[in-house]
Design a protein around this ligand. Structure first.
Ligand code: NOJ
Length: 559
């Protein structure tokens, strides 16, 4: 396995709208980010991934781009962006940008032109079809609800939008469109960025036919994901993009890929195929979904998580590379989801961090994760901002579900859980803004904030710093092979990592109880050192039979 800087890096994701507001308009901005770069440097991260900062009408908070080469006015100017990049590089960190090219905004000039007539040169940049029997061209639903097709009266055709109707899908079949995208990518790379996170990049190839999805009798629309995820020409497009653009730069790429399997990920990420460096898979984020998807709540079974993460660790062990994440701007906060955001918040947040950061792959930290930020529960739907939440709410109301039931799902899974403002200190609005924040601040900010976390040597923040430091000190954490221990234990997630005669043993208690175990008998124990643990009094004297405290995590280095 070849050594690469992006395999040895830790990435920090910034959701600019909620990170830091410098001008009091209640919306985070680029100058706000610049003012916090020392904070990120001190945390130890190597790479910053910036969620979209491009010009956008914000139907989906910047994931609907109307100009790929301009900065959203609310966030600042291109001059601010240039300064940001310079300041990031000056601190010896890197910057990767979000690339959203499965769709654009309907306010992008390409779409504005495309809509004008069937003969317009931009028409074919998007996916248009005739209706069938007075209805949509097929029965696919959009990922945000309703049909995936929007009727355009003027030209009597429908256009495809797998997300909101203000996010028309781009037609990758068209080589001119593909070239425009490659040129745009090159333009950013020439400005000096260090790579891309690619939004739903495995959706870009759709089959010409676009057959109906399998209908469920009680639903008006069906999923077409079987046809548009990992579609017929996906590898060809990624290889072309790599050849035309990426291969000319030393950059990192991570493709967001709902529905990707380990077998496919191996193709997407193995070096010889020349596609991407790594992908974001979603299987582990679906383990607490019921049969009807993400809003259908089901408790996590630890055995499922162990099985799943182990499958991914093993599948990409020799070929390809994993990305490691529990959080991002689309997921609820992990400490509320798989941990305990009440009395054991600190312990469980540290345990989850240990589990993830000691695995093989590139770890991603989402803003606020490093201080253990939690989910929110707003009383009124009016306080929510996310388009997905609102569409879900409306649809469920229409189907007759009670508000209480709907809110229960939103509290658990809504994307706004992770989009509340970053909690910097205990002053009003958590120090995020001097104005009125675009979305309410979590009420726990007086207790959970950066200032307090930095002052407390036992905080989650300092624990993350230590985890990142360890990754820099021990190659086994980056390159070691992975093996699961205690496969069938329902409450302990334990594994080892091995490289050149060195072994790392990672033990995580996923329960709120004390648990006795003999996990360490599974490895040879000549001499060992505890690298990190989330309780001050756990120590190696207890080797052999050990008692793990609630959510206890320990990492041993065995030489
Ligand atoms: C995935 C992004 O992470 C999400 O926030 C967005 O809504 C969709 N893709 C559509 O761009």
């Amino acid at each position: 396995m070849h050594k690469k800087w992006w395999k040895e890096s830790v990435v920090y994701q910034i959701y600019p709208r909620s990170f830091m507001d410098s001008n009091g308009d209640g919306i985070g901005d680029l100058q706000g980010i610049i003012s916090k770069l020392d904070y990120l440097k001190n945390l130890g991260v190597d790479v910053i991934w910036l969620s979209p900062v491009y010009e956008s009408p914000n139907d989906d908070n910047g994931y609907d781009i109307s100009d790929y080469q301009a900065i959203m006015r609310e966030f600042g100017t291109m001059g601010d962006w240039d300064e940001l990049l310079k300041e990031i590089h000056r601190r010896d960190m890197k910057l990767i940008m979000d690339l959203v090219v499965n769709h654009s905004s309907d306010e992008h000039k390409w779409f504005v032109e495309a809509k004008k007539s069937k003969e317009n040169p931009y028409r074919d940049y998007y996916i248009w079809r005739k209706g069938k029997d007075g209805k949509e061209p097929n029965n696919w639903y959009s990922n945000f609800g309703g049909s995936a097709w929007q009727y355009d009266e003027q030209t009597d055709e429908y256009y495809l939008h797998l997300f909101s109707k203000k996010q028309p899908d781009l037609n990758w079949e068209n080589p001119t469109l593909r070239n425009e995208i490659y040129e745009m990518m090159q333009w950013w790379l020439d400005k000096g960025i260090d790579g891309f996170r690619m939004d739903v990049i495995n959706f870009i190839s759709k089959p010409e036919e676009m057959p109906d999805g399998e209908p469920k009798p009680w639903k008006k629309y069906a999923s077409g994901s079987k046809y548009y995820r990992n579609g017929p020409r996906i590898h060809e497009y990624l290889q072309e993009m790599n050849k035309m653009v990426l291969s000319n730069y030393d950059v990192m790429t991570v493709g967001e890929m709902p529905g990707v399997t380990p077998e496919l990920a191996e193709i997407y990420t193995q070096e010889e195929k020349k596609e991407l460096n790594m992908v974001f898979q979603f299987e582990h984020m679906g383990l607490d979904n019921g049969p009807n998807g993400k809003w259908d709540l089901k408790p996590l079974d630890l055995l499922d998580l162990k099985k799943n993460l182990t499958k991914w660790q093993k599948a990409l062990e020799d070929k390809g590379w994993n990305s490691l994440y529990f959080n991002n701007h689309d997921q609820p906060r992990i400490v509320s989801r798989f941990g305990n955001d009440g009395p054991l918040r600190v312990e469980s947040a540290k345990m989850l961090a240990t589990l993830l950061h000691m695995m093989k792959g590139t770890p991603y930290i989402y803003q606020g994760e490093e201080i253990g930020m939690t989910n929110v529960q707003f009383d009124s739907i009016e306080d929510y901002r996310d388009i997905e939440i609102h569409q879900f709410y409306q649809e469920q109301l229409e189907e007759g579900l009670s508000v209480g039931k709907i809110m229960e799902s939103i509290y658990a899974k809504g994307r706004d859980n992770s989009r509340t403002p970053m909690q910097w200190d205990h002053t009003e609005n958590a120090g995020f803004t001097t104005g009125t924040p675009w979305i309410k601040v979590n009420t726990n900010y007086k207790k959970v904030n950066v200032k307090g976390a930095i002052a407390d040597p036992n905080s989650i923040y300092h624990y993350y710093r230590k985890l990142i430091e360890l990754r820099k000190e021990h190659e086994v954490i980056v390159y070691g092979n992975y093996d699961l221990l205690l496969e069938n234990h329902p409450e302990i997630f334990a594994y080892k990592r091995s490289l050149n005669g060195e072994t790392l043993v990672v033990i995580c208690n996923f329960s709120e109880k004390e648990i006795e175990t003999n996990v360490l008998q599974e490895v040879t124990f000549d001499s060992c050192e505890m690298l990190i643990s989330n309780y001050q009094d756990s120590d190696k004297e207890e080797e052999g039979e050990m008692i793990l405290l609630p959510y206890e995590a320990r990492v041993y280095l065995v030489k």
